[in-house]
Design a protein around this ligand. Structure first.
Ligand code: MG
Length: 298
């Protein structure tokens, strides 16, 4: 099992830093979601006649809300639910699938990735799960064909160099591990990482638990992320959190390099400093879709 690798990890340093990949270290979120995930969502789930609304739902759910960076499978359910509720979609008579079998699978499976879904399809022969698997495989193929040359945000390499020899660093991501290894190696920053953990190794919360629990002192574990799920994974592990604000990523990395890492390593990060950063971060990640806000105002 992939997660045993994390549990078996032995610290080399007194500090640990988990770093999310998409949208945090790498400037890939816009490209992946707008050019790969969303076109496959529209095409595979037969949403052509409501593509404008499908795109709006996908981009809000995955890029510009508190669900930014969440696992792809719950995102599909949520975006389909939003679509089904929209009067514009109902007026067009488009059949938006509800996918109850996917909902059930999500409830009982913790490793929400293609390998587990392939096993579920093989075990049950369920047509709905097979449909979702076709979408997920189409997404992976599209990402593989489309995503290249996307560099890490300016400042990432500086940050990694700054903590080299002081902290064990791990990629903590909901992306498939093969894609992570390709991207981190392509830009020559895999060398800074002790571990690379993706969706096959469980959730981000599980990654942090398995790699750090009982291995580091309090306030010696920091998670860097661009989504609320990253923050929650950190909190669930009593880890510190540094936010990379969506749309302001360069400034965030500069702040981490200029002051955040120093505060983490000298023990002055927790408390007021972290609280201010987190409060600012949350303003970038709303819970209410814009189409619901504008409907209310009419
Ligand atoms: Mg992210």
């Amino acid at each position: 099992m992939a997660s045993e690798r994390l549990q078996a990890f032995t610290p080399h340093h007194n500090y640990f830093i988990g770093i999310d990949s998409d949208g945090c270290a790498f400037d890939t979120m816009e490209l992946k979601h707008k050019e790969c995930f969303c076109p496959c969502f529209i095409n595979v789930f037969e949403l052509q006649s409501v593509s404008k609304y499908a795109r709006e739902a996908w981009e809000f759910g995955n890029l510009y809300s508190q669900w930014r960076g969440a696992n792809r499978f719950p995102e599909v359910l949520m975006c389909l639910d939003w679509l089904r509720q929209r009067p514009e979609v109902q007026r067009r008579g488009t059949r938006v699938p509800a996918l109850p079998k996917l909902a059930a699978w999500i409830k009982q499976e913790t490793k929400l990735g293609n390998p587990a879904l392939q096993r579920a399809v093989a075990a049950t022969g369920d047509a709905e799960l097979a449909w979702v698997l076709r979408w997920s495989e189409a997404v992976n193929a599209a990402v593989d064909a489309m995503v290249r040359g996307c560099a890490p945000f300016p400042g990432v390499r500086d940050a990694l160099e700054q903590v080299r020899g002081k902290a064990d660093c791990m990629v903590v991501s909901a992306t498939p591990e093969a894609a992570l290894e390709k991207e981190w190696a392509e830009h020559d920053i895999a060398q800074f990482m002790a571990l690379i953990a993706g969706q096959e190794s469980g959730t981000k919360k599980e990654h942090l638990t398995q790699a750090t629990s009982g291995k580091y002192a309090a306030a010696h574990v920091l998670m860097i992320g661009d989504a609320l799920g990253d923050y929650e994974a950190a909190r669930a592990n009593d880890a510190l959190f540094f936010p990379i604000n969506p749309g302001h990523e360069e400034e965030a990395w500069a702040r981490l390099v200029d002051e955040g890492l120093r505060k983490f390593l000298d023990g002055t990060y927790a408390g007021a400093y972290q609280d201010t950063l987190v409060a600012q971060f949350k303003t970038y990640l709303p819970a209410t879709p814009p189409w619901q806000v504008s409907t209310r105002g009419e």
